[in-house]
Design a protein around this ligand. Structure first.
Ligand code: PLP
Length: 465
């Protein structure tokens, strides 16, 4: 009698609940199992090689198989696998990492709070701002304004601050105290003939109207990614943050800078705040902080906020927030080594230089019949596929053009992500060379042409320009 041994794929279907996945379709099609990675490449269980054009999930900045990170983790694990940092305990890796983050931050910060993910870090941001205003005697000043199209996480609070409707549906989100203003989307949203500057003024005006309608005394903070990532890689239009920051300053509203994707060189500067002219009150970092090798995030706060937190401890007997793995020694050691490598290998300058080549290759797709918009900065970018280029009309979502293109990229050995509006996003490891950038976009070009051929079959009037 032969006993059928279930495959790993079958066992995945039987046991793993997958995040951000169509669960019914997954049960039918099963997973793609990734086995190993090296440099910018990963291999699946059938031995097929892919360029990791999305750095996993915008995180593996140093690519795969970096021995120095492996060493940093192994050494720290041997020496001290864990200690908590509650109640006055500490350890070297957390201290050095906090110092390093303060040294490279885009504005002066006095303290760093560590978490495990971008979501819990943004959750901490929200709690800190509520706490800050309570201690300051302003219990009404609590609302947080986010933007349509923003992604800030998947916890209750950060799912609520995420401005993507599927993240809310049936999860009873968003919640009280979260408001949304229009996120920038110059390509779709600008009036005919409206300049980027005029569009930015309009958005800043809308933000101010929202604040005035809510009552400035009830609004605590505005949260923004320097450049929206999961919303479709949407850079702010010219003068956007300058104008938004004027509005925030007028009403004593804090700017939370969510650098979870843009941080650590991605946009050609160490932080997206530097690329796009943000002056944050507080900052969230995650993902590339450890090149995605281990989960860790950081919230950075300025001295004037720290002073209020200290006052809170005097009033309440302590600062009662934190996680078991806050400042986890192994994660901190790997993050510290990641940031040292980014500096030693001059990867921020590399992201700017290689980024110029990346952006030029990306922008060349603008002439393709399927491509309506190309956008990005540094080593992050997107191509939006449209039905009608002249009128900027998207395909009907039910056609799944973006997903089709993503699958053809996969056939051609390339991982990208299809976001809303059939937007294909690219965010390769920062170590990518110019030759590898060419290889990535050559693979994409093949996938795009297959997509065009398929689109013509589906909808004869497509892409008439
Ligand atoms: N903020 C931004 C800008 C993100 O892109 C993400 C995740 O993609 C998050 C926060 C949430 O991070 P995590 O998935 O680590 O919780």
């Amino acid at each position: 009698m032969t006993i059928a041994i279930p495959s790993l794929a079958d066992r995945d279907i039987a046991s793993v609940l997958h995040p951000q996945t169509h669960l019914g379709l997954h049960a039918q099609h099963g997973p793609m199992i990734i086995e190993r990675g090296e440099g910018i490449y990963v291999w699946d269980s059938k031995g097929k090689q892919y360029i990791e054009g999305m750095s996993g999930l915008w995180c593996t900045a140093l690519g795969y198989g970096d021995e120095e990170l492996v060493q940093a983790a192994a050494e720290q694990m041997r020496r001290l696998a864990f200690t908590q940092i509650f109640s006055g305990r500490s350890h070297e890796s957390a201290i050095l990492l906090a110092e390093k983050l303060k040294a490279i931050a885009p504005t002066p910060f006095s303290k760093v709070f560590f978490g495990n993910s971008g979501s819990d870090a943004n959750d901490t941001q929200m709690k800190l701002i509520w706490y800050y205003n309570n201690i300051k005697g302003r219990p009404e000043k609590k609302k947080i304004i986010s933007r349509t199209g923003a992604y800030h996480g998947s916890s209750v609070a950060t799912g609520a601050m995420t401005g993507l409707p599927p993240m809310h549906a049936c999860f009873d989100l968003p919640m009280e105290r979260i408001r949304f203003t229009r996120g920038p989307n110059y390509y779709h949203d600008a009036e005919p003939g409206e300049s980027e500057q005029a569009y930015s003024s309009r958005l800043a005006g809308e933000l101010e109207t929202l604040i005035l309608n809510e009552g400035p005394d009830t609004v605590a903070a505005f949260i923004a990614e320097p450049m929206m990532a999961a919303g479709g890689v949407i850079p702010p239009p010219a003068t956007y943050f300058e104008k938004v920051q004027d509005v925030l300053a007028r009403h004593d509203i804090l700017l939370i800078d969510d650098e979870v994707v843009c941080g650590f060189g991605r946009t050609g500067h160490m932080f997206g705040a530097e690329t796009f002219g943000m002056r944050p009150a507080t900052l969230t970092a995650a993902k590339a902080i450890s090149s995605g090798y281990l989960p860790i995030s950081a919230v950075m706060i300025p001295d004037w906020m720290e002073e209020v937190l200290v006052e809170g401890s005097r009033k309440l007997g302590g600062f009662f927030h934190g996680y078991t793995y806050t400042g986890h020694p192994v994660c901190a050691a790997v993050a510290l080594r990641t940031l040292e490598i980014i500096e030693q290998r001059d990867l921020v300058a590399h992201a700017a230089r290689a980024g110029a080549h990346f952006q030029a290759r990306l922008r060349a797709f603008k002439d393709h019949p399927l491509v309506g918009d190309v956008r990005g900065a540094g080593l992050i970018g997107a191509c939006e596929l449209v039905l009608n280029k002249a009128r900027r009309i998207n395909f009907e979502p039910r056609l799944g053009v973006g997903n089709y293109c993503q699958s053809r990229c996969q056939d051609n050995g390339l991982f990208v992500r299809a976001m809303g509006n059939d937007t294909i996003t690219f965010c390769p490891p920062l170590i990518i060379s110019e030759t590898e950038i060419d290889e990535m976009f050559d693979r994409f070009a093949k996938a795009l042409n297959s997509t065009l051929a398929w689109v013509y079959k589906q909808t004869p009037i497509a892409s008439t320009g």
